[in-house]
Design a binder for this molecule. Structure first.
Ligand SMILES: Cc1cc2nc3c(=O)[nH]c(=O)nc-3n(C[C@H](O)[C@H](O)[C@H](O)COP(=O)(O)OP(=O)(O)OC[C@H]3O[C@@H](n4cnc5c(N)ncnc54)[C@H](O)[C@@H]3O)c2cc1C
Length: 345
């Protein structure tokens, strides 16, 4: 999105097929550029720079910093605090779905171009945490409509038949071929509605990624390994998501698919990383002993190094993170321009 306007300035050189290995530094420990693998030739190349800005996504930027060791930065670049890779967060997630009988047998009509992407219910109980038993909030993303039918949903629909079997209902189990399949689609198409919850994870130091000493990628660059677990805060939040989602669907007379997940099933929470909103690995803060970056995404330890992905996030937004990443990147960019104009960077 921003590459075209940057190109129009005539100041951008875009290097593709370039897999960055590490940030290079000088004898004082300041950043001098990056070294990268040309993925076509597998040769190692270097780029010199006055300022290095990493925006490789939260975990990859942490990997680059941790792989950039030197005499001045033995624990990895910008990592005198030991915080790089720590406080790793993802959004919590779970989904509830059901079939709405009032939407069944919808006459064929053209829905081309109709989308419900990110219609959502924002968090509404921000002043009631005392009674909820968990901190932070979540939202629901609502989905449904007459998209491409999938037979996975049809399998769930058979639970509807099991629950409401009557003389005009389809036999248990149903079928998967021919006229019966077509009949199922005509009857049920567009009648499934789902609520996907996405919420805030609490940032905790003991959730982290680190360099795996035993594994490298295809370019010989050491990879990450992960140590991330949900706490009771996230599990109780997702229990609330499940209970509330079911209540909303039932109030619409839906037949809800599946039983409420139990405590042993972790209330149906996704795996850490599954929602793909990783954040927090190079957190910002005022104290260099407990954070990697300042509020302009500038490394405390290396003044000409910036990180502008979701690594700087100190807490997880309950809404998906990309606009926050963009806002912080804009603020960092304004700061860099200002400092360059003043001659202080
Ligand atoms: C399927 C999917 C759906 C999503 N939906 C949403 C959504 O609806 N809303 C939302 O807010 N967020 C969503 N997200 C999350 C969102 O995509 C990320 O938060 C966002 O893209 C992160 O931006 P970024 O610039 O930090 O990293 P990225 O967008 O991942 O960009 C990093 C760039 O760096 C490059 N790179 C990485 N490593 C290296 C290296 N070593 N050398 C050279 N280049 C490198 C990558 O190729 C990439 O071009 C979704 C993610 C996925 C995967």
């Amino acid at each position: 999105m921003l590459i075209d306007p940057a190109r129009e300035t005539g100041q951008l050189t875009l290097l593709t097929n370039a897999m960055v290995r590490e940030v290079t530094t000088d004898a004082e420990g300041r950043a001098t550029g990056v070294s990268y693998i040309d993925t076509r030739t597998r040769s190692e190349q270097k780029v010199q720079a006055d300022i290095v800005i990493l925006a490789a996504s939260a975990c990859e930027s942490a990997r680059l910093l941790l792989n950039s060791t030197s005499n001045q930065h033995p624990n990895g670049l910008a990592n005198s605090s030991g915080v790089v890779g720590r406080y790793l967060m993802d959004s919590t997630g779970t989904t509830v779905a059901g079939i709405l009988p009032q939407l069944m047998n919808d006459p064929d009509h053209n829905c081309d171009g109709v989308g419900g992407m990110h219609v959502y219910i924002p968090w509404w109980l921000h002043d009631q945490h005392d009674r909820l038993g968990f901190p932070r909030g979540y939202h629901f993303e609502i989905w449904g409509g007459r998209g491409m039918p999938g037979y996975g949903i049809m399998n769930n629909i058979h639970t509807y038949n099991d629950a409401f079997a009557g003389p005009d209902e389809r036999p248990k189990g149903g079928g998967g071929y021919g006229p019966q399949l077509k009949e199922d689609y005509r009857r049920f198409y567009g009648s499934v509605v789902g609520l996907s919850g996405r919420g805030e994870m609490v940032a905790r130091e003991d959730n982290y990624c680190e360099i795996d000493p035993d594994t490298v990628d295809q370019y010989g660059i050491p990879t990450l390994r992960f140590n991330v677990n949900w706490s009771d805060a996230e599990l109780q939040q997702v229990r609330h998501m499940q209970e509330t989602g079911r209540e909303i669907l039932r109030s619409m007379d839906a037949h809800v698919f599946g039983d409420m997940p139990t405590e042993e099933q972790d209330y149906g929470i996704t795996m850490p990383g599954e929602i793909i909103h990783e954040a927090g690995t190079t957190r910002m803060g005022d104290d260099p002993r407990s954070s990697v970056l300042n509020s302009y995404c500038q490394a405390h330890d290396v003044d000409n190094l910036f990180v502008t992905d979701a690594g700087p996030l100190v807490s997880m937004p309950h809404k998906n993170p990309t606009w926050t990443i963009m806002a912080l990147a804009m603020r960092a960019s304004d700061y860099i321009i200002d400092q360059r104009n003043k001659g202080t960077l």
